[in-house]
Design a protein around this ligand. Structure first.
Ligand SMILES: Cc1cc2nc3c(=O)[nH]c(=O)nc-3n(C[C@H](O)[C@H](O)[C@H](O)COP(=O)(O)O)c2cc1C
Ligand code: SF4
Ligand code: SF4
Length: 301
């Protein structure tokens, strides 16, 4: 049997999840490939018995580069895939969104899983409510999930269709379901901060170009090109050692306490279900100290 996991991960949480699922599948089938999304274009997925696709939740759904990846797939009628995600406080309908798009390609989504992970957003404080995640016990469960996917895909292929278990919207609050639409590809450029590269500060290290998952940055252009295109991951701004990538974060900073109030409702509900455990004291979160301010302070110290 042949399996592959395709993963998009920027800060390592989804990669950790992918590796443990891979371990589980390999325990059943002796091996399972793991491929970064950036290297997966043009792969012959029809030749695999099982494929896993995973990413972080961005704005309650899959990042736009993952959407593009799915949309570029050929028809894969009847092939068994599973989806997985890591996320911060509220993952929203990310798993359902991926599953629906895969179903349009004829794929059968046989299962899904997710873990909480630490989150780094320039306009939010850090530590955040999910700092300390993913937990080892959640990753152990991911390994078991991998074993289940391997076993179930064989059983499903031999007719046990009742084992097909696609993701659902259970426990996903209405606001997060609406974000999937409200934060669409068409709307995002209109509401997200516009970046500029401060050429007096930039040391031409090239880190931002390397980190950009969609080749949206060219520092050698005059003026330097940035966010063309953009999936609003903020990786460039977070990783610039000189804080030379500038943006007006004030609108998003202002929204942070309101957003965090909604996140707390989601997390407390998940805690009550036994799905989440606070590793930081929620009352210790300091909204007056967003990450981009922390970074600038660190640079100047
Ligand atoms: C731009 C951006 C948007 C995000 N949006 C959400 C979100 O809507 N819901 C959520 O729970 N977490 C959100 N997060 C947190 C990430 O999903 C989380 O940190 C994830 O574990 C990152 O995965 P990685 O380490 O594999 O890159 C967001 C993070 C970023 C950078
Ligand atoms: S990471 Fe910052 S300093 Fe390095 S090239 Fe990009 S903008 Fe310039
Ligand atoms: S330009 Fe920056 S925010 Fe946009 S996709 Fe590239 S790294 Fe992410």
């Amino acid at each position: 049997m042949k399996a592959v996991i395709v993963v998009f991960s920027q800060t390592g949480n989804t990669l950790k999840l992918a590796e443990r699922i891979q371990e589980g599948i390999a325990a059943e089938w002796s091996e399972c490939e793991l491929v970064a999304l950036e290297k997966a274009d043009g792969m012959d997925f029809a030749s695999y018995d099982l494929v896993g696709l995973g990413c972080p939740s961005f704005y309650c759904k899959e990042p736009f580069n993952v959407t593009d990846f799915i949309e570029a797939l050929p028809r894969l009628d009847g092939k068994n895939w599973f989806v997985f995600a890591s996320h911060g406080c509220e993952m929203g309908p990310v798993l359902v969104s991926m599953a629906e798009k895969l179903a349009e390609k004829g794929v059968t989504v046989i299962g899904s899983t997710h873990v909480y992970g630490d989150a780094f957003l320039p306009f939010y404080p850090h530590p955040t409510y999910t700092t300390g995640h993913p937990l080892e016990k959640d990753l152990d469960q991911a390994c078991e999930f991998g074993k289940t996917m391997a076993k179930n895909s064989v059983a499903i292929a031999s007719g046990q269709k009742e084992l097909i278990d696609p993701p659902t919207l259970e426990h996903i609050p209405d606001w997060a379901q609406k974000d999937r639409v409200n934060l669409s590809r068409e709307i995002m450029p209109k509401i997200m901060p516009k970046f500029t590269i401060n050429q007096d500060e930039c040391i031409q290290c090239g880190l931002c170009e390397d980190q950009c998952p969609v080749d949206g940055i060219d520092i050698s252009a005059d003026p330097p090109k940035i966010q063309e295109p953009c999936i609003y991951c903020f990786m460039c701004a977070k990783s610039c050692p000189e804080c030379a990538i500038e943006a007006d974060w004030s609108g998003l900073v202002k929204m942070a306490p309101g957003n965090y109030a909604r996140y707390l409702v989601s997390l407390k509900a998940a805690e009550a279900r036994g799905d989440f455990q606070f590793m930081v004291d929620p009352d210790s979160i300091n909204f007056d100290d967003p990450m981009h301010v922390q970074q600038a302070r660190k640079k100047n110290s």
